[in-house]
Design a protein around this ligand. Structure first.
Ligand code: NAD
Length: 511
């Protein structure tokens, strides 16, 4: 608790650099003592983390309910169980992943030891966002600890109830000398970033990601940046509409649409739009009955600013479904907008809320042109099983004009997506997409479910981020792989290596 009050003090003094400087100094001193390096210490912290998840489950559920009106099911699955799965995986493999690797060696090193040692970076700064405020702080925190680092965690000020729970329970269960929670907003984070960290793991917007990278550059601190964007969905008339509507709506409604990989808007013909809307009405009713506001399963908007930002979007185009809001609860119903113009505000920035605009196009070319004419998206969702459409798009790529592969390669080259979603059952097409495009991740015939596979790395590329984590990749993120050559003074070894010494000769070159 004493550490917690120290940290709270640091925050309350409005982030004076000296407070953060002394916090980082203290933490680095503990790191240098070697305390965090032992397997026993790391295992103990992971077991304590499991205990924390078990004993504090209700507290976490309540905090998420306060911050986002998030229901128990979503909190348990996307925040608590997700984190628990990561901790269990780390515990299960910690010894194996921490062990020195023994790579193959050349003949000249036959007498030597060649090893890769996993070296923790030191003091890691983890900065979390508000949309999955527990999981997106806890998973990198646990990963950094498993790798033997000390951690300073800065959760988001917007999800204040969850951040307060993190600040309360972390010092209660985890080592108070090595792990600290610092609360605060932009000014505190700005001060914190003036300190020298050994690694920074940031999740949040691309704009702030650049600020973080700039701050890290001052000390050449390595970073992981898990960022966001505006992800379109393309649907054609070959897609299984019922499944497509369910999957798109699920991606848009889970967490109230406040998910980095949420589908942002739909590109399709007016005919598909009308069918989609009819199906959507039916499915939303099945999920949330007549009034989603009364449903315990529908999340609210994080704060007043975001609520006001989103409400303004409801004036764009025409409301086809929903459009109901209540400022007192920061409630916005699942909403579909039609007759939206590309120049409308809702089509500019990442929506990050339960509003789904439709833009009508007549074919895949128009969709491609639309996507190409704008800021590159984070994820592209394609709902189509028409082989001809796929072939057409692919052949266009080869012709060098606009086509899906070309388009994807073009936007992937400049601002690469976090995930590529392909809805198609043709193996050849899938393979072509996977081989010829660049994206942080790819998911075929579903949305977001790649995140749940803990043996897959999750992270962006280009504008959608730097680095990846989950499972072994979480562990790998937080260790420097130190290449070690260990020799002795063996005479034979000296003879084998002696040709490196002058005087040089052509004969020596033949060795
Ligand atoms: P944000 O970038 O505004 O805030 C994230 C963190 O940065 C917070 O802790 C905040 O205090 C801090 N911060 C904000 N402004 C800062 C500044 N000027 N200087 C220093 N620190 C600052 O992001 P957010 O609104 O919390 O999250 C939403 C964004 O995050 C979306 O764009 C979403 O797509 C993205 N996101 C990405 C992932 C992923 O895994 N790739 C996951 C969740 C969210």
């Amino acid at each position: 608790d004493s550490d917690l009050s120290n940290d709270t003090q640091a925050t309350q003094t409005n982030g004076k650099m000296t407070d953060y400087a002394s916090l980082v100094d203290r933490t680095r001193t503990v790191f240098l003592s070697g305390k965090t390096r032992s397997l026993e210490w790391r295992k103990k912290q992971l077991k304590q983390a499991l205990l924390m998840l078990e004993e504090c489950e209700q507290e976490i559920i309540s905090a998420l309910a306060t911050d986002l009106h998030k229901c128990k099911f979503e909190t348990v699955t996307t925040e608590i169980k997700f984190t628990e799965g990561e901790v269990i995986e780390l515990l299960r493999h910690l010894k194996e992943w921490s062990a020195d690797e023994k790579p193959s060696k050349a003949i000249v090193n036959i007498l030597d030891k060649v090893e890769i040692k996993k070296e923790p970076y030191g003091v890691v700064l983890v900065i979390g966002p508000w949309n999955y405020p527990f999981q997106l702080c806890a998973v990198p925190l646990i990963g950094a600890i498993a790798a033997g680092n000390c951690v300073i965690l800065k959760p988001s000020e917007l999800s204040s109830a969850t951040s307060a729970v993190l600040a309360k329970i972390i010092p209660k269960y985890l080592d108070q000398e090595c792990i600290h929670v610092v609360l605060g907003g932009v000014s505190e984070t700005t001060e914190l970033l003036k300190q020298r960290f050994d690694y920074i793991f940031y999740t949040g917007s691309t704009t702030v990601g650049k600020i973080i990278r700039n701050a890290a550059n001052k000390f050449l601190t390595p970073v992981t940046l898990e960022l966001g964007g505006k992800s379109p969905v393309y649907i054609d008339n070959t897609a299984d509409l019922e499944i497509s509507v369910k999957r798109v709506l699920w991606g848009k409604c889970i967490n109230g649409g406040q998910t980095c990989v949420a589908p942002d808007y739909i590109l399709c013909t007016e005919e598909i739009q009308n069918k989609f809307i009819e199906k959507a009405k039916q499915i939303l009713k099945e999920w949330y009955a007549d009034n989603p506001k009364e449903s315990p399963d529908f999340t609210r908007i994080i704060n007043e600013n975001h609520y006001q930002r989103l409400v303004k979007y409801l004036n764009n185009g025409k409301v086809a479904i929903g459009g109901v809001c209540d400022a007192s609860e920061r409630y916005i119903s699942p909403t579909i907008l039609i007759d939206v113009k590309p120049t409308d505000p809702v089509m500019q920035d990442e929506i990050f809320g339960p509003i789904l605009p439709f833009i009508n196009i007549n074919n895949a070319y128009e969709a491609i042109n639309f996507i190409n004419s704008r800021e590159s998206p984070l994820v592209l969702y394609i709902f189509s099983k028409d082989r001809k459409v796929q072939d057409l798009l692919i052949s266009q790529t080869r012709s060098g004009s606009i086509g899906v592969n070309e388009t994807l390669m073009q936007y992937c080259g400049e601002k690469k997506p976090l995930s590529l979603y392909i809805f198609c059952t043709d193996e050849k097409t899938i393979s072509l997409f996977l081989k010829n495009t660049s994206s942080g991740n790819a998911c075929v015939n579903d949305i977001m479910m790649n995140l749940a596979v803990d043996t897959l790395p999750f992270g962006g590329v280009g504008n959608s981020g730097i680095g990846a984590y989950h499972g072994k990749y979480t562990y790998d993120t937080f260790v420097h792989k130190k290449g070690c050559l260990i020799k002795d003074f063996n005479k034979l070894g000296e003879i084998l290596g002696s040709c490196r010494y002058p005087p040089y000769s052509d004969k020596k070159l033949s060795f």
